[in-house]
Design a protein around this ligand. Sequence first.
Ligand SMILES: [Zn+2]
Ligand SMILES: [Zn+2]
Length: 347
Amino acid sequence: MNSNVLTYINTRWLLVITIGRRNLNRFGTCWTYCCESRNPFLQIFFVALSSVSIAGFLYNALPHMPGPYLHKIHFLIIPSQIISIYASYYVACTSNPGVITPDNLKKHLDYYKYDGLIYKPKTCITCKMQKPARSKHCSMCKACVGRSDHHCAWINQCVGENNQRYFFLFLYMLVEFCAYGSYLCFQVYRGMIIEWGLDKALVLDSRTGEKAVITFRRAFLYVLHHDRIIGAIGILAAVVSAVVLIFLIYQLYLASRGITTNEAFKWEMVEESVDRGELYKIVPINKTKDSLAVSTSVESFSKRYNKKKEPVEMKQEQKIESFEEIENIYDKGFLGNLKEVFFPPKF
Ligand SMILES: [Zn+2]
Ligand SMILES: [Zn+2]
């Protein structure tokens, strides 16, 4: 018996005798709901965390506004930013990612052709429909999604052909919102230094015994120490902004190359197959008068794991020496790819 199966049986038996079969089943149900099904936990967490942070900022920072470094125009910008972040999140969470239905299946099948490498004609056993190229069945959304990118637990649905633009809009708004929030926190602290007269404060130098004007860094740390909530919100906003910005840049980079997150993994596997010398392209052979001419059009690809076995009757196969030989037929160029993401075809 497989050692993994034995380990599983032993672990299960151990859990049954320690916590009981009924509790184990309950745990299994909870695990399935939390980790393998669509659930709103991360959405609730996001809305709660952002609402608490916004409320904390408004309560603590508004008394210091307008200030020496913050114009009263921010009283207009702040509400518009808050509305924008919630509105973009709502749109990203509720827009159709591009679910494939019997009604739009034909249009999907016609739009993207199978490249014979990362996509071959297949049937989705759950939806009982042919899977169009670039689509993927999502076990959480329980549907096949066109040009599927990935399932995002933060928006509790898939990111696909139709809602990727809204997903990008939300990511951009989040980066901008957090960067703006972090900037406001910093400017509030700068204003507090002046409010508290710290810019003119003198400190005694313990080494020389002379009095000197306090440095900005020391004054900043002083206000940060006495009003930590604004600082905590500012640091959190800066970290979120930086992390989401990196993710947004990566996602835009993939989109501009005509690759989805799902396909990025597939291309990685293809590259590994090429490196191992397992990938061959099948090219049609046209008989001419004197010789056999290999057509340039690629019909399909094949993987050969047993390298010792020399091809006898498979003269159409050509070993792919380099990953650069493979063309991504879904790559429509930088602008073409981004146009497809931001102005997707109607299905
Ligand atoms: Zn499906
Ligand atoms: Zn999904």
